[in-house]
Design a protein around this ligand. Structure first.
Ligand SMILES: [Fe+2]
Ligand SMILES: [Fe+2]
Length: 213
């Protein structure tokens, strides 16, 4: 998998990794809540950098991991800057926002200590990257032009990050990583397909509000 060229993780490959595609209704909800989406997206980029740094601290003896994730964290911070610029161009103010359920709930499925914790953290990060790549692809076809170009670029970048994380996971547990990825992917798919209270980049579609008749 790590032999694939950067950004070459296409829709078919994503479909084989992710256990469920993003529901079309989420795309419609996202387009109807663009300011919330952009704000959450900016926060996700910061969080992606921070999670990479946390892994570098937690597994300080792993130099290959440290070097791969140092580069990845720099890219995530660059993405953050790009999203903030896009927000400013679209007149979307930066504000505090409550995090969605996705990352927190996905973390609950991870093993809490090693052996196992390191593999799970790498695979959870890989799944988040794969879902991001899938959603950037879906949104790029629907958002206004400057944002569409950014989302295309970010989609390729996050697909490459998926490969960085799965490459590291394969190094940690060559016999186990694929089956464990499948188990965590099942939980991840549940979180992005079931109705959610808040629209976020990795949320499910919003609960349908029934209007009183
Ligand atoms: Fe990113
Ligand atoms: Fe990423």
């Amino acid at each position: 998998m790590s032999a694939r060229s950067p950004g070459a993780l296409g829709a078919a490959a994503l479909a084989s990794i992710l256990h469920a595609p993003t529901p079309p209704r989420w795309v419609e909800d996202a387009l109807g809540h663009l300011p919330e989406l952009l704000l959450d997206h900016a926060n996700c980029e910061k969080k992606a950098a921070s999670s990479a740094l946390a892994l570098m601290f937690a597994y300080a003896e792993d130099t290959a991991l440290a070097l791969a994730l140092a580069r990845l964290a720099r890219e995530e911070l660059r993405h953050f800057e790009q999203v903030v610029r896009a927000m400013s161009a679209l007149g979307v103010p930066f504000a505090r926002q409550r995090p969605g359920r996705y990352a927190q709930q996905l973390r609950r499925a991870l093993r809490s200590c090693d052996p196992g914790r390191k593999l799970d953290l790498l695979l959870a990060a890989a799944l988040i990257e794969a879902r991001s790549a899938e959603r950037f692809g879906l949104l790029a076809a629907r958002v206004p032009a400057p944002l569409a170009r950014l989302y295309q670029e970010l989609g390729a970048s996050e697909a490459r990050h998926f490969e960085v994380y799965t490459g590291l996971a394969c190094g940690v547990a060559p016999a186990e990583w694929r089956s464990r990825l499948g188990m965590l992917a099942a939980r991840e798919a549940e979180l992005v397909t079931t109705p959610d209270r808040m629209l976020r980049f990795h949320s499910g579609p919003l609960h349908v509000r029934l209007t009183p008749t």
